[in-house]
Ligand binder design. Sequence first.
Ligand SMILES: Nc1ncnc2c1ncn2[C@@H]1O[C@H](COP(=O)(O)OP(=O)(O)OP(=O)(O)O)[C@@H](O)[C@H]1O
Length: 212
Amino acid sequence: MTHDLILENVAIHLDGQPLVRVNTHIAPGEVLTLMGPSGVGKSTLLAYIAGFLAPSFEARGRVLLNGQTLTKLPAQARRAGLLFQDPLLFPHLSVGGNLAFGLREKGSRRRERIEAALADIGLTGYYDRDPATLSGGQRSRVALMRVLLSEPQAMLLDEPFSKLDAALRGEMRRLVFDRVRKNRLPTLMVTHDAEDATAAGGRVIELEASKA
Ligand SMILES: Nc1ncnc2c1ncn2[C@@H]1O[C@H](COP(=O)(O)OP(=O)(O)OP(=O)(O)O)[C@@H](O)[C@H]1O
């Protein structure tokens, strides 16, 4: 099955004022970078796609994923993986518990899948660890893996590397872009950092502040 993310004449308004407007098609494994001034509505667009747009906004247009109109589905049915600036993990769950939260698969192989995911991000033996004891880079990797275990069909990245120091930023960029390509996920990344766009290596849409 191909995973295409289509934003068809999407326009978002706030209190009658136009914010973001986009019309584009993101192919499987493609990372489209969205840049533009603060307040133009970049995060709002991601929230619209994911299904939790605040009621003060008004949105027009259609969002399609694999040919299915997302805007007709509740947020939990949309299969859009979200990664934010802050890699938020549930503090009352272990690292393994956090990954289990993302896992779609049921049954006896869950533990095995989680152990494999931990090994995959260099965290073998971390299943029972308290997330508060992880480094920033380790937390970011667990947050990414939790999203991937939920088997998303598209990825939405909201300044995902901005809180990391330079060395970790490079490492996380490689990991994230490698996984979205391998999993053939259409990906929309919001960032203020031109180096993120260069590392993504794809198209860049530069939004302009509304003149209205
Ligand atoms: N829940 C909300 N209710 C009402 N207005 C909101 C809400 N969230 C954001 N806004 C407003 O909507 C506009 C767009 O915000 P948004 O966060 O999408 O911008 P952005 O382009 O992502 O900005 P930045 O680059 O600073 O993150 C801003 O004017 C913001 O103040």
